[in-house]
Design a binder for this molecule. Sequence first.
Ligand code: UDP
Length: 492
Amino acid sequence: MAQRKENIVMFPFMAQGHIIPFLALARRLEETNKYTITLVNTPLNLKKLKSSLPQNSSIHLLEIPFNSVEHDLPPCTENTDSIPYHLFPKFLQASASLEPHFKKLISELVNEQNGQKPLCIITDTFLGWCKETAQEYGIFHAIFIGGGGFGFACLYSMLLNLPHRSTDSDEFLLPDFPEASTLHVTQISPYLRATDGSDSFSVFYKKLLLLWKDADGILVNTVEELDKIGLMYFKRKFGRPVWPIGPVLLSTESRAGARKEYGISTELCKKWLDTKPYTSVLYVSFGSQNTIAASQMMQLAMALEASGKNFIWVVRPPIGFDINSEFKANKWLPRGFEERIKCSGQGLVVHKWAPQVEILSHRSVSAFLSHCGWNSVLEALSHGVPIIGWPLAAEQFYNSKLLEEEMGVCVEIARGMSCEVLKEDLSAKIELVMNETEKGTDLRNKANEVKVIIKNAVRNETNFKGSSVKAMDQFLNAALIMRQMEKGASKD
Ligand code: UDP
């Protein structure tokens, strides 16, 4: 008789940058053919996800109820991509209201399966409270960091060692790091600089982070060979297994519906890229939830045009404009900009959302001006594309530091949403990276070396298993061992 597959429950936070790596991990586990996957999320997020799953996918989508209005949030707010940035703390706090619903879902799931419990529960870094339910049912619980080890380690350390205000120097030493690491004051988000840790959001946030140490282990969407300091930090901090299983990336077919409609079709985008010479295009995007200031947007537009380089720019409304509002090119961009670059063929302005992976994998793309969100970083490096960093928030500052100082695949162009940027400086950096300068060549070479390291990490052959494949095996074995121990205990 065929053995029943073990079930794995997965629960990402309601944000594109979180849902995407969870979905990618779900697909990876599903492809082993050994597990059934239950992915928990709120109705609107699941609706989007449903359309992105291939027809033959067996991933089961399980709804958890959430009413944003009850939390003083706009109606139908179920994802950070549809709220202005300042509402994020409220949204995060509201997500804690999901805990009793999650407990109920697990209880129903166990009942439906005649008492058979899921093999493990994998939850988001923001949803560490799921541990309590996992513990109640004796289920293995892992936290999945969809971001990088170094970025999250810095964020963790900064948040738990507040305040960071009283210092004579512009450099901050990360107090509990395995190697002396410093951050510059401009790499610390305005929120972390302003708070002494006693405001209600900081207290809430710190409590969430402290829950990580209760998990049975931590999965990280990174590659061991590239992210040693961050991984070491978590190993020492928690004394629990840390499994670097990355890059966990979504296949092209699964990406299409992982978000709303594209601002441009993949075909048109590819067609445009096909007309451009090899490594001649700069791709510009600040991810799914961040944006820059209106004045920065103007300078960037002028810099792109002045650089003469081909580009694709995903434009989201600048700070202060409703993210769901109509696209106001006249207000946000220099007069006639869109028409000019369209007519000259220099660039494509894409409204809100572009098929990013398809763009990054195209031979015409030579660099990525990015906010250094971790998914974007992995997507670029997996294709050997160097990065021009413009970190805007949270761990993006630390990702950029890792990329520039440790990996040598990035040049930072600006920092934050309020820094003053000048067209001349921006275009000089763009040219430095895109031209055949020593720096540009070095960046491209390093990015290609990193691409090979990433490729090897996920090699799964009879005679060779990459570091990420081994880490995934170790994680699944740990969950199985706990399952066997549970069974043994219930027989006794
Ligand atoms: N993304 C995309 N098209 C866009 C903007 C973003 O496909 O126009 C995807 C991108 O490929 C990545 C994710 O959205 O997988 C953004 O995640 P990341 O961690 O880079 O940044 P975040 O949005 O979480 O800040």
